[in-house]
Design a binder for this molecule. Structure first.
Ligand code: PEP
Ligand code: MN
Length: 338
């Protein structure tokens, strides 16, 4: 349920609404908008008395929200969510490019790529220290040592770090270095992990599960937002279909659908989406044309030697060429690459 209140409602007015809904086991989440104050009511709202609510001071409307997701829906919060990270803003008019290798592999590798990316103006670097691999025999990441290297490059080059959290046991060390915590496709429905990152209040990049519907993705985001953490970025990264020519099927339909369903920023990862390096730029361009708020792209100094996802990784030279084209496209879309 959504309760709209006049913009100048006092905290007592809001409290009165909260007091009305709480005895029914419901919770009111305050969302300040530009036009009004919205109170998103979660829990079982069936027994709430709409007339009582409408009669409370400041209340202008009471709306039943039929969607399963509530707090992430655009109905609850019409304004785009903008996530401030230092001097950078994710969402709104800005397009953000997150680039970097799939994994931290060595000191040399991560310093080399970090320096290259910083020199071409990239502000957010991705790299996994804990890696979710399909095979238990594949490289599992440098783990804590990888996080320490990320901390070093962060200081050295002023890059903001995006890295994956696989296990709640690592939350403190990941939190220490990450500016954005990545929740990978395989953990999209690890609900206790979602609640845990929600409680940190930190920006979270939530990747769509391999077999998750758009609604599943939004409900997973709802787990994080319901911990009062609105700093969530959704990321389309391709889904499993019958098509096996490409690694995944990048569902670009999800971009305009998500943009109208939710106020959260929507990113695309064309690298995992298609899985073939020379086809990544086409899908990156298509993602921006579809209205994405950002991209996450795998870039490796020597893709042939990468310990994970080399085949889908761009060389710095190819990445740079793609970035220039993206800037031109962003202008056509009346947006700006941050
Ligand atoms: C990754 O970003 O390297 C990764 C493992 O992605 P996903 O969770 O989308 O497979
Ligand atoms: Mn990868």
């Amino acid at each position: 349920m959504l309760i709209l209140m006049e913009l100048n409602s006092t905290s007592e007015d809001v409290k009165r609404v909260k007091t009305e809904v709480e005895p029914y086991g419901c919770k009111a989440h305050k969302i300040e908008g530009t036009q009004n104050i919205a109170l998103g009511i979660t829990g079982n709202t069936t027994n709430l008395k709409e007339d009582n609510l409408r009669n409370l001071k400041g209340v202008t409307d009471v709306i039943r929200v039929s969607r399963k997701y509530k707090l992430v829906s655009r109905m609850m919060k019409p304004d785009d969510t903008k996530i401030e990270i230092g001097n950078d803003v994710i969402g709104g008019n800005e397009i953000t490019i997150i680039a970097g290798p799939c994994s931290v592999e060595s000191r040399d590798q991560i310093f080399q790529i970090a320096e290259t990316l910083a020199n071409i103006g990239i502000k957010f670097m991705r790299a996994g220290a804990y890696k979710p691999r399909s095979s238990p025999y594949a490289f599992q990441g440098m783990k804590e040592e990888g996080l320490l290297l990320l901390d070093e490059v962060k200081r050295e080059f002023g890059l903001k770090i995006v890295t994956e959290l696989l296990n709640p046991a690592h939350i403190d060390s990941v939190k220490e270095v990450a500016d954005i915590i990545q929740i990978g496709a395989r953990n999209m429905q690890n609900f206790s992990l979602l609640e845990e990152v929600g409680r940190t209040g930190m920006p979270v990049l939530l990747k769509r599960g391999l077999s998750a519907t758009i609604e599943d993705l939004l409900l997973s985001a709802e787990y994080i937002v319901s911990q009062n953490n609105y700093n969530v970025i959704l990321c389309e990264r391709g889904i499993r279909t019958f098509e096996i020519f490409t690694r995944n099927t990048l569902d670009l339909n999800a971009v305009p659908v998500l943009k109208s369903e939710t106020h959260l920023p929507v990113f695309v990862d064309p690298s995992h989406g298609i899985g073939i390096w020379d086809k990544v730029p086409a899908m990156a361009m298509a993602s921006i044309a579809a209205g994405a708020d950002g991209l996450m792209v795998e870039v490796h100094p020597f893709p042939q030697a990468a310990l994970s996802d080399g085949y889908q990784s761009l060389t710095p030279k190819n990445f740079h060429a793609m970035l220039e084209k993206l800037k031109t496209l962003a202008e056509i879309m009346e947006r700006r690459i941050n």
